[in-house]
Design a protein. Structure first.
Lengths: 250, 296
């Protein structure tokens, strides 16, 4: 009899690496391999389900067969090391970026990042948004020095690929050679619905600067640099009334 | 100290899964309690917690964990225990449970500082003294960290490890006794394991520590044929089979009325179908001698 630690290590190696070592630990009734296959299948099928839920756009682009191969490689190389899978998948965009077989589809990294950001926004912390009245009565100087935070679910994304268009209709892009085109996207959950908004490049510059803890003045400057003709005040007021901002942590 | 291990009412409820959440908030069915997987609510915010707040207004809650990995050689993950404790404080569930199983491999396996990899499945243990001791240690940590008397569920198994020092039933009974915890008695798991491993289900059931039973689980299972015969798969994807109802009757004949849960996790049916299965369980509880008579 060997110890439980050894048994569990061999069992896990059998599931992740496909080794036959755990079969020797099981009662020898001639069916050990079929019995063990149930466990190996349970692990892969259940994690595949979780990642398919989190990465619906990626799955549509790749198709079921290729998505399954990607997930199998991901599980083997970067298994979850937590007791729940709610955070599992955060490293998948980075894994895709280093994947040799997917190197000819560089847009997949940003598509996966958008899927994951949406998934994370659903479960992100809630926050009390600032209402438009919160900024009333501030002098222009005070307004420019103001540091606003985005609500915890909000992430501005910039991509050299048309990720918003792909997300809107992934099936139309499956098996296509996608041409590069800059797109900027905001993912946020101001209420109970996750929103995925296409942003003007200057609007992205504004929100990205605020997300990076810049002052409103710095953010406005970044937006002006991106596009001097952009109507900054209207965009800012729209996001303010949409509940995108919260008071900055002191 | 023994029991009561649960403050759930001794009636039938069901395992609440995502497709039915909004249904039961809008039109709460006439049941007393529902069970949720604790891990599904380990989120910082958003709709899930809001929904659980609403569900708690109408139903008592049972928190059933699938991730603590009580059978791991390593001690339970402290961050995970803290998340369970925080949920217990917020929602005050009437019952708290997990499984006689392991989910995460040993940290020593590859020396990763984040601990061993998770297999995301409830995996079997060898029936050894070492495994009983590890379970008892980890269940004690679980109870201390949460301040709750917890229940652990007997496993469903497809394979057995060589070198057993106890039989399957004695392994469960000894674990519960040594840990001083409750037993979440899953009669479908008994049927599935008995078929797959070739032991007598009724005999196993008779060996269970009935005074520790705080809840019973019912579920369906599937049959998978291969060259060497049939394996029963504990997929919670169909109605409860007759043989499992027979084990249920045998169990409640000993325990009397006990909180009973119908689990349906794959091929999830319409809520009506699930509630009909709950009503069948409730009818069997109502038919017990001494059960309160339903006014006609």
């Amino acid at each position: 009899m060997t110890g439980l630690a050894d048994i569990q290590a061999r069992f896990a190696a059998g599931v992740f690496q496909g080794s036959d070592a755990p079969l020797a630990d099981l009662v020898d009734d001639g069916r050990q391999a079929a019995r063990f296959a149930v466990y190996r299948n349970n692990t892969h099928a259940s994690i595949l389900d979780v990642l398919a839920d989190a990465f619906p756009t990626l799955q549509t682009l790749l198709g079921d067969r290729l998505f399954t191969r990607l997930v199998t490689a991901f599980i083997r190389n970067a298994p979850s090391r937590a007791n729940h899978l709610l955070d599992y998948g955060a490293e998948l965009p980075g894994f895709i970026a280093l994947s040799e077989p997917l190197a000819d589809r560089p847009w997949l990294v940003d598509v996966a990042r958008l899927d994951w950001t949406r998934n994370a926004a659903y479960a992100a912390a809630d926050a009390t948004p600032l209402g438009p009245s919160a900024l009333q009565g501030l002098t222009p100087e005070a307004l420019m020095d103001l540091r606003l935070s985005l609500i915890p679910s909000a992430v501005p994304l910039a991509s050299g690929w048309p990720v918003h268009a792909i997300w809107m209709n992934a099936a139309a892009f499956a098996d296509e050679q996608i041409r590069p085109r800059d797109e900027h996207v905001l993912v946020a959950r101001p209420g109970m619905q996750v929103e995925t908004l296409l942003l003007h490049p200057a609007e992205h510059a504004l929100l990205a600067a605020l997300h990076g803890c810049g002052s409103l003045g710095e953010a406005a400057m970044a937006a002006q640099e991106a596009d001097p003709s952009f109507d900054l005040m209207t965009a800012f007021a729209g996001h303010l009334s949409g509940g995108l901002f919260t008071a900055s942590e002191p | 100290m023994k029991g009561p291990f649960t403050s759930l009412p001794p009636t039938a409820g069901f395992g609440l899964r995502h497709p039915h959440v909004l249904d039961i908030i809008d039109r709460p069915p006439a049941i007393d309690w529902v069970e949720v997987h604790t891990e599904n609510y380990m989120v910082a915010g958003g709709p899930r917690l809001r929904q659980l707040d609403a569900i708690r207004e109408s139903f008592a809650l049972s928190f059933h964990g699938v991730g603590l990995s009580l059978g791991s050689v390593d001690e339970p993950d402290r961050a995970h225990l803290k998340r369970i404790r925080d949920l217990v404080r917020r929602y005050r569930p009437a019952a708290l449970s997990d499984h006689i199983a392991w989910v995460r491999a040993p940290a020593a396996m590859d020396g990763n500082p984040s601990g061993g990899p998770s297999l995301n499945d409830l995996l079997p243990l060898p029936c050894t003294e070492e495994a009983v001791n590890i379970l008892a240690r980890n269940i004690a940590i679980f109870q201390d960290a949460t301040g709750c008397q917890v229940m652990v569920e007997n496993p469903s198994m497809y394979a057995a490890f060589a070198g057993a020092e106890l039989d399957h039933a004695a392994f469960v009974a000894e674990t519960v006794s040594r840990a001083g915890c409750g037993l979440l008695l899953d009669v479908n798991n008994i049927h599935v394991s008995a078929h797959n491993l070739g032991f007598d289900a009724a005999g196993y059931l008779a060996e269970m520590p009935f005074d520790a039973v705080g809840e019973i689980h019912l579920a369906g299972h599937a049959e998978r044929e291969d060259a060497a015969g049939t394996l029963l798969i504990d997929d919670h994807g169909s109605r409860v089979r007759d043989a499992v109802w027979d084990l249920y009757d045998q169990a409640i004949g000993v325990t009397g009325p006990v909180p009973t849960l119908v689990e349906w996790d794959t091929e999830i049916p319409a809520l009506d179908v699930l509630l009909a299965e709950v009503a069948t369980a409730q009818a069997r509880l109502d038919a017990l001698p001494g059960a309160p008579q339903v006014a006609s």
